[in-house]
Design a protein. Structure first.
Length: 435
């Protein structure tokens, strides 16, 4: 069971558990919260969002839109309210600090490209190493002038203005890039099209429609016509399925464990995770399906059973890119292990997640084969507690807290406070459901 060290320490000790049981109310989805906040900033009227993500990344987005002249506040009922004044923001008087949030930098750049002023986006050391060429290219083709550090990395300086529509085919499928281009398309003259090699999550398209924009999707292509005006909305942000993955994987470790996760996002472009977990042996049922502003929401009930191995490749890898670290961290306990292919994108996340997973598993005594675009982790292994590094990466910190539940002996995670980037209460929630 996890036990926090003194509050000023960044380390957490995780002790072995015997079962996982209980109800976890997962915080609002990060991907949707980011997009809602950005679109509210360029809509007309005051938008209200219930269960808006408490993640530090989403706070970065709110802080950035405040520097762009949009007031936001937390209402008495806990909702986040954002005052929109139409599509034209105010020129910032200082750099926009995205901190650790690549989502903030990539997607907000699409809106800034259509603004009649220059803005600068900066980030922390981790974000400053992450590639931004994938948004610089399409936004430059649309008419924005963007400068960056060597290798197309932050900080970014964006001179916005009048944009032209483009038909863009990215080499790498990315929902953030897609949203960036569609957001810029709102300010472009004509119809902007982004045609992806693999279908990615469609929260950007759904959010745009919720705010009143017309967005057409056919196959892997999304289209938007410029000049559309957005209107303020009130919405409930569904629970984050990527965050729920950690608790589902914890339940999967122990046959007979049972957890309930109410109000979880069930978007078909995200729910492939549940298919894979079922394939690997977790018993999953979904109830109370509803639609909120175009997004499907339901209650997940999961029970642990025999944990099996699998292979993730192609479209599955793209769909589960955020969940692969936790699936890999618990793969040694499975019957058959895990093989991950086509996951080169993991090398350029908040950390090199392939290297981070391999390093921590080896410290716990596991055999791992690291590959340029993935890894192979044999099953049927026994892990022991160890001192592990989060590498400053929220998903690595949380993934190995889950893996530690079935290890022999205590595990110390250094830099565990990184979890706050996406789930500030993660270790408390994990402690509450472990026995």
């Amino acid at each position: 069971m996890p036990e926090s060290l003194p509050p000023d320490a960044s380390s957490v000790i995780v002790r072995p558990a015997h079962a996982v049981r209980g109800i976890v109310r997962i915080l609002g989805d990060k991907s949707i919260s980011h997009r809602y906040a950005m679109l509210a900033a360029i809509a007309n009227g005051t938008s209200r969002f219930h269960n808006f993500s408490a993640a530090r990344d989403c706070a970065s987005t709110l802080n950035c839109i405040a520097k762009l002249g949009r007031e936001w506040r937390r209402a008495d009922d806990g909702a986040i309210e954002i005052d929109g004044e139409g599509s034209h923001l105010r020129a910032p008087t200082e750099p926009l600090d995205c901190e650790n949030s690549g989502s903030t930098m990539r997607m907000l750049s699409g809106i800034l490209a259509g603004q009649p002023f220059t803005s600068e986006l900066i980030g922390d050391d981790s974000l400053s190493r992450r590639p931004m060429a994938r948004i610089i290219k399409p936004l430059s083709e649309m008419g924005a002038s963007i400068s960056a550090s060597d290798g197309g990395r932050p900080p970014l300086k964006i001179q916005g203005g009048t944009l032209k529509a483009i038909h863009y085919k990215p080499e790498v499928a990315s929902a953030q890039v897609k949203s960036c281009v569609l957001f810029a398309g709102l300010f472009a003259d004509g119809e902007t099209v982004i045609d992806e090699p693999i279908r990615t999550r469609d929260h950007g398209e759904i959010a745009l429609r919720a705010f009143g924009a017309e967005v057409e999707r056919k196959g892997n292509a999304s289209r938007i016509v410029g000049g559309q005006r957005l209107r303020a909305i009130e919405a409930h942000v569904p629970g984050d399925l990527s965050s729920a993955a950690f608790f589902l994987c914890a339940a999967a470790l122990f046959p007979g464990s049972q957890i309930t996760l109410p109000g979880i996002l069930m978007n078909p472009t995200r729910a492939r995770l549940l298919d894979i977990l079922v394939q690997m042996g977790l018993k999953v049922s979904v109830a109370h399906l509803e639609e909120h502003q175009g997004e499907l929401v339901g209650t997940i009930e999961a029970r642990g059973a025999e944990w099996k191995g699998t292979v993730l490749a192609g479209a599955d890898t793209a769909s589960l890119i955020d969940e692969i670290p936790v699936l890999a961290a618990i793969a040694p306990y499975s019957d058959g292990g895990l093989e991950v292919r086509d996951a080169k994108e993991l090398r350029v996340k908040e950390s090199d997640r392939i290297a981070a997973v391999a390093a921590n598993l080896r410290k716990m005594g596991a055999e791992v084969e690291e590959r340029p675009d993935g890894m192979r982790i044999p099953g049927g292994q026994r892990l022991h507690g160890a001192q592990l590094d989060s590498f400053g990466d929220h998903r690595i910190a949380m993934a190995f807290a889950v893996a530690a539940l079935r290890a022999e002996g205590d595990t110390t995670i250094i830099g565990a406070d990184a979890a706050g980037v996406s789930y500030p209460a993660f270790f408390e929630e994990l402690r509450n459901i472990t026995e």
